[in-house]
Design a protein around this ligand. Sequence first.
Ligand code: PLP
Length: 415
Amino acid sequence: MPASITLNEIELLDKNDPLADFRSEFVLEDGLVYLDGNSLGPAPKAVFEKIETVMREEWAGGLIRSWNDADWFKLTDILGDRLAACLGAVKGELVVTDSTSINIFKALHAAAGLRPERNVIVAEGAGFPTDLYMLEGALSTLPGYSARLEGVDGDHLVDLIDQSVAVVLVNHVDYKTGRLRDMAAITARAHEKGALVIWDLCHTAGVVPVDLNGSRADFAIGCSYKYLNGGPGAPAFIYVAKQHQAAAKQPLSGWWGHANPFAMQREYQPDASIRKFLCGTQSVLALQAMDVGLEIFERADKHAMRQKSMQLTDLFVALVKEHCGDYGLKLISPEDAAERGSQISFSCEHGYEIMQALIERNVIGDFRAPDILRFGFAPLYVRYADVRDAVFILKDILDTNFWKEPRFSKRSAVT
Ligand SMILES: *Cc1c(COP(=O)(O)O)cnc(C)c1O
């Protein structure tokens, strides 16, 4: 990608984009540059009618009958099988349920239980906080276990894996830097040492090709409100490789994971299938909304998505370097697009204020403490022209010191 790309060249890129038509399937107002699909995907236009229909026909009309007649009781599996097919897994290996945090807890316990003679869990010291917090919580319920953290106990995750390690919990893409890990290679290294791996796909599901079976992944979890456009707080997912399902146990033994929930037995008897990873009643409306985002992803060419995502991020980096190079923005994402997910992050002293100024000027990215400006490039709706517009607005904010206006330093609860 040439650094000084012309307006005509940008137009041509958008014109020749095989994914261009997907943008019209989302609600995105004119003039808004949305670079935060890595935090919350936009609303698909089809979701309004879908939810209205579900509410009127299935809830209001069908009432309790809809658990059977509208397949409400099976939505976790129906959506799970469809998502599995997009992530390189097979039917019966994945369910859409609960939140990522809760699924991390289930996966940690299940994986640890499969390696009972070991007591160390390896994770990333700079991983997403909830992953570490859930690990802490899981450790408090696993006497004798301890954590070994990359960046704390050693520099490289794979070097921390030895014969004492039961489980490795690792992000496919790092939420701060956007760095992409090699799923097949890390899984193979862990397996050589006899450990199991839980992959956190929050920043890859829906945007970076994932091949769970091809990578021999043991467990995976992830959310659907980011690149899968499932809606705020949309249900997450958990994948458990077929070969682990018979022996795996998870501690949140609610009735939905029971082999026969409506037998109303006194004792818990886990389902033999992936359904043992369910806990209790799910939000049907949230599952039905997630269906709409998933349906769009199912239709998209995953290879074209990756190609465009790499081009968008390359273009952004090149243009920021060219036009905003004097302002101390430091690229903390890998230079090589093949080594990163679909986001670009810069560290910058006044990152918070600069991001607030960008948002006021209709360029929405986000800020991650302590000093990171984070921009997500979802190839289904971000255009090459958006990348260019974002850079010129950023340049203007920096050139004019607009970000120094006092209102931009006021902190909100969610950044
Ligand atoms: C977004 C994200 C989560 C979110 O967890 P919730 O339980 O949905 O709040 C967890 N882990 C990672 C790596 C994330 O990026």
